[in-house]
Design a protein around this ligand. Structure first.
Ligand code: SF4
Length: 463
C-alpha cells in the first residue's frame, strides 16, 4: 500500500486534470505501482496516450482513499469520510436514488408501487404484477425481455429511460466447496461483490443458501484485517443494487436464497436507509424471513438505536475482534471514535429495546487476540451487560498485504471452550471458500491485481 500511497498526488493531478477519467487514472496508477515502482515517473508521459486510447481502459475496482486518509490512527479526515458516507446514505432513499437523476428503476418497488407505476402510465393495474413476476420470478434484466408486456409499452418504457435496476455480471470466482463470489458491475461502472455460500455437501437438514452481500462501493472504516478497508469509499449502494445481488446469487445457484448476511463490502450502518429499504423488499417480496437476515457492523455511533427503531427481527452482529479498547484501536481504527464501552452500552440498549440476542463477531488472529486470557476478558466484557449474546469466532482468513496469521485449530477451540466455561455461548464459523478468496473484499482485490487495462505495457515501452 505504501507505493499506492506514494502515487496518490500523481493520481490527484490526473484526476483534477480530467475528472471524467478519475476512475481510469486511479487504476492506471495502481497497476503501474504494482508492476514497477520505476514506472511511476513515466506515468505523466503515458497518460495522454492512455486517455487517447480510452477504449483500452475499462472499469474500476480500485477506489482511492480520500485525501488525508492513510493507515494508522483514526484522524479528522477519516471522521469526515464517514460523515460524508452517512450523509450520502441519508440522501439516497430521500431523493429516490436513480429516479432523482431521471432514470426510474423498477427493482425495489413494492407490488403496490408497481401497480401505481403501471396506472400512472395508462396501463391496467395488473401490469404491476406482471412487472414484479418478470423481475423476481423470471429474473429479467432488460425491459426488452418482458415478453408478457405489450411491445409498444416496452418501447415506451425504454424510450423514457426506465430501468430494471439489474447489474451486469462482470466476473466470478468459484471455490471447490461450492462457494462463489460474483463481481457485479453497476450502472456507473463501479463494481461490488456478492458471495453465495451453499450448504456443505454432507450437511444435513434444510438446504440453506446464504448470500453475503455488499452495502457500499468501498468502505471508509479502514479495518486493518479487511481487504475492502485497504481502499477508500466511493458511494453507498441504492436499495435496488442491494436486492440485485440476492437475485444474482439465486440465478447462479438456480434456487432461493435462504439467509442473508450484510458482510460484503461496506459498513451497512453507514447506509442504513438503503439497507433497511432493501431488507423490507427482501423480506416481503423475496420471502426471506427477517430472522434469516444478519446486519453486521464494526460500530458507527448512534446507529444501533436507529436500527432498533426499524423494529426488525434481523440479527445485529457487532464485529468486536478485541476484548480491550487499546487492542481494538489497532485492529479497527474507527474504534477511537466509538469506544468499546460505548459499543457495549449501545448493544445492551439494543437488546433491551428489541429483545433480540446480539451476536458478536470475533476474528481470531494468532499472536494478536487469540489467547485464553483474552477469551476471559471477552467473556467478562459481555457478562458485565444485561443482554443475551452469542459470539461467532472466525479464524483469520489470509488477506494480501497483511502479516496476520491464522491460529492453530487447538487455539481456536481453546478460545471457544474458555468462553463457554464462562457461560458465554460461542460457535466457530467454518471458513468457506478460503481458496476463492472469501474474506471481505478479496475478490475485488484479485481484479485489482489484474486490472482491465490493456496496452499499458506497450504505452510504457513507447515512452
Ligand atoms: S470489515 Fe467491513 S467495516 Fe471494516 S473496512 Fe471492511 S468492509 Fe469496512
Amino acid at each position: 500500500m505504501n507505493l499506492v500511497r506514494d502515487l496518490h498526488p500523481l493520481q490527484n493531478l490526473f484526476c483534477n486534470t480530467r475528472n471524467a477519467t478519475l476512475v481510469s487514472c486511479s487504476r492506471f496508477a495502481h497497476r503501474a505501482c504494482r508492476q514497477s515502482h520505476s514506472l511511476a515517473p513515466q506515468l505523466g508521459r503515458n497518460y495522454q496516450s492512455l486517455v487517447a486510447g480510452a477504449g483500452a481502459v475499462r472499469d474500476a475496482t480500485y477506489i482511492p482513499r480520500k485525501e488525508g486518509v492513510s493507515d494508522g490512527a483514526w484522524k479528522q479526515a477519516d471522521a469526515e469520510a464517514v460523515e460524508e458516507a452517512l450523509q450520502d446514505g441519508a440522501r439516497i432513499v430521500k431523493d429516490g436514488g436513480l429516479a432523482s437523476k431521471g432514470a426510474e428503476v423498477l427493482l425495489g418497488k413494492s407490488l403496490e408501487e408497481l401497480k401505481e407505476f403501471a396506472e400512472s402510465r395508462g396501463q391496467p393495474k395488473f401490469r404491476g404484477q406482471q412487472l414484479q413476476d418478470g423481475l423476481v420470478k423470471n429474473l429479467i434484466r432488460d425491459i426488452g425481455e418482458f415478453s408478457n408486456l405489450p411491445k409498444a409499452w416496452r418501447q415506451e418504457l425504454l424510450d423514457s429511460g426506465v430501468k430494471t435496476g439489474r447489474s451486469e455480471l462482470f466476473g466470478k470466482s468459484e471455490s471447490p466447496d461450492g462457494t462463489v463470489k460474483l463481481l457485479l458491475k453497476l450502472h456507473d461502472g463501479r463494481v461490488v461483490e456478492a458471495v453465495g455460500i451453499p450448504p456443505e455437501k454432507d450437511a444435513k437438514g434444510p438446504q440453506r443458501l446464504t448470500a453475503c452481500i455488499s452495502s457500499q462501493v468501498g468502505c471508509p472504516m479502514r479495518c486493518t484485517f479487511c481487504a475492502t478497508g485497504k481502499g477508500g469509499f466511493a458511494r453507498n449502494l441504492m436499495p435496488h443494487e442491494i436486492i440485485d445481488q440476492v437475485l444474482h446469487i439465486q440465478e447462479y445457484f438456480g434456487k432461493r436464497v435462504s439467509n442473508i448476511v450484510f458482510m460484503g463490502m461496506g459498513e451497512p450502518m453507514l447506509n442504513l436507509p438503503s439497507v433497511m429499504s432493501a431488507h423490507g423488499f427482501i423480506n416481503k417480496t423475496l420471502g426471506i424471513g427477517a430472522r434469516h437476515i444478519t446486519i453486521s457492523t464494526v460500530g458507527v455511533p448512534n446507529t444501533m438505536r436507529k436500527l432498533a427503531d426499524y423494529d426488525t427481527q434481523a440479527t445485529l452482529a457487532i464485529s468486536l475482534h478485541a476484548p480491550t479498547q487499546s487492542l481494538r484501536e489497532t485492529l479497527v481504527p474507527s474504534a477511537r471514535a466509538y469506544p468499546l464501552e460505548a459499543i457495549m452500552h449501545d448493544a445492551e440498549a439494543y437488546f433491551q429495546a428489541t429483545s433480540r440476542r446480539v451476536s458478536f463477531e470475533y476474528t481470531l488472529i494468532d499472536g494478536v487476540n487469540a489467547t485464553t486470557e483474552q477469551a476471559k476478558q471477552l467473556a467478562a466484557l459481555i457478562r458485565a451487560r444485561d443482554m443475551a449474546a452469542h459470539v461467532n469466532l472466525i479464524p483469520w482468513n489470509p488477506v494480501d498485504e497483511s502479516d496476520f496469521k491464522r491460529p492453530s485449530r487447538n487455539a481456536v477451540f481453546r478460545f471457544k471452550n474458555t468462553l463457554e466455561a464462562c457461560n458465554i455461548s460461542a460457535s466457530i464459523r467454518i471458513t468457506r471458500g478460503l481458496d476463492a478468496a472469501a474474506a471481505c473484499g478479496q475478490l475485488r482485490n484479485i481484479y485489482q491485481k489484474n486490472p482491465l487495462i490493456e496496452g499499458l505495457e506497450s504505452h510504457a515501452a513507447a515512452a
